[in-house]
Design a protein around this ligand. Structure first.
Ligand SMILES: NC(=O)C1=CN([C@@H]2O[C@H](COP(=O)(O)OP(=O)(O)OC[C@H]3O[C@@H](n4cnc5c(N)ncnc54)[C@H](O)[C@@H]3O)[C@@H](O)[C@H]2O)C=CC1
Ligand SMILES: [Mg+2]
Length: 316
């Protein structure tokens, strides 16, 4: 074995393979204390960083040092590293594995690592090292679907579709799954356009349904949000892949029909109430506000109130 670095460097790691040896190191990272795996003989460097909770995050390289490392050597090296992290009081290890290095998943799992999540090109495994049960947060728990109730106040008609791939042909509002980073209102407007060809504008949020272990959500929970939209065009050109039928239906007819889903029926009644009594009675409107994180903004949805609520300081 070659001489090991001393001082702040760790004393022992070792991933040994035909051509690569990796040495786990310890150093001051630019943003605080960090951990680092140092390769030998030109193999690519692997880094780990400490997070603010006392966990260590290791990102395996997409290519390079690990290409020639076999699973057994990786497992020995990881085991030594875990022992070191444990002795240093680290509370957890986050191991990010690019999809092309997936052969290291099984050896990590045999050391107690579990999947935390996977994206299209990588998976993230975790190992809890702290006391008691793991306090690491889970990954995404819900999918978000958004529908648009496009209501034309002039004709009292609302836009409805029937899905093509359903066992029962029920009327519902056009909608679909939100994309990462997409605002709720933008999803509603986009899905309505894609499914029906109708252009529209976001007005308010009407209802949120939360349903668990949804079969269409890969066993996760489903948030189904219905927005009120105002139409900007009226000529229907619906998506043949997703929809069987699409039409402008009188709101009274949608309220009365049995050929609809319970939630569509309920929201149709909500719309009718808003139409009669004023939409301010049913609308959750949106306001964009600056987040505590510099440069970021968020959308806040709540019932519209008289302006003086913004400056109220107490109950008097
Ligand atoms: N109660 C209601 O009125 C209904 C509410 N929803 C809600 O709408 C949201 C999802 O909307 P969607 O219109 O379903 O999403 P979407 O508009 O994003 O469309 C999903 C597309 O993926 C396709 N697809 C789904 N699973 C597939 C698979 N395994 N293989 C191949 N293609 C597949 C579908 O045919 C469809 O074309 C959810 O939040 C759900 O709860 C959906 C249907 C009815
Ligand atoms: Mg859809």
């Amino acid at each position: 074995m070659p001489p090991l670095p001393s001082g702040r460097f760790w004393r022992a790691v070792l991933l040994q393979s035909y051509s690569a040896r990796l040495l786990a190191g310890h150093r001051e990272a630019s943003n605080g204390r960090g951990c680092r795996l140092y390769p030998h003989a030109g193999a690519e460097e692997l880094r780990g960083e400490l997070d603010r909770f006392g966990g260590v995050s290791v990102r395996l390289a997409q290519r390079g040092a690990l290409d020639h490392l076999d699973a057994a050597s990786f497992q020995r090296g990881l085991q030594a590293a875990v022992q070191q992290w444990r002795s240093e009081g680290r509370i957890a290890v986050w191991l990010h594995i690019p999809i092309l290095q997936s052969r290291f998943i099984a050896p990590a799992a045999s050391l107690g690592f579990c999947f935390h999540h996977a994206e299209s090109d990588s998976s993230t495994l975790t190992l809890w090292l702290g006391e008691g049960p793991s306090r690491l947060p889970g990954y995404a728990t819900h999918q978000v679907g958004v529908a648009g109730a496009v209501f034309d106040e002039n004709t009292r008609k609302v836009l409805v579709v029937q899905d093509r791939n359903k066992l029962k042909n029920m009327w519902k509002f056009p909608g679909g799954l939100s994309e990462p980073g997409e605002d709720i209102g933008d999803t509603a407007v986009r899905e309505v356009l894609e499914e029906t060809g109708i252009k529209s504008e976001f007005r308010s949020l009407l209802s949120i349904r939360q349903q668990h272990t949804n079969p269409g959500a890969f066993g996760k929970s489903d948030m189904y949000i219905i927005c009120r939209l105002k139409p900007h065009s009226f000529a229907i050109n619906f998506c043949q892949h997703e929809c069987l039928r699409c039409e402008w239906m009188d709101l009274n007819d949608l309220v009365k029909t049995e050929n609809t889903t319970p939630i569509t029926s309920r929201v149709a009644r909500l719309l009718l109430y808003g139409y009669r009594e004023g939409f301010d009675k049913i609308d959750f409107t949106m306001e964009e506000l600056p987040a505590v994180y510099t440069g970021l903004f968020y959308k806040l949805y709540h019932k519209e109130l008289p302006d003086n609520y913004r400056t109220m300081t107490g109950t008097d």
